[in-house]
Design a protein. Sequence first.
Length: 91
Amino acid sequence: MKVLRSTSPRLVRWKCARGPREWIGTEVTFRLQRKDGETFVLFSHAKWRKPGEFMHHCSTKWATFLLSLKDWIERGEGRPAPYDVKIHVDD
């Protein structure tokens, strides 16, 4: 990943330079936002060349990873790989 923007502690945006072919050129953004005493992670994985099965798979996996991170932060018990939720035969 190449860092496109980093505004600590609220924002980081990356551009995928290497990795799975479908990821090359996509952008991943994590933005933290506070509201009513809580912090929310606003996440996006954007600029895909075209929608497809792998993009949908990645969207679901990102959700499982972010929920695992939330559990780890709040309760000290996340589910990192290889214990993450399996959503596909090849996971």
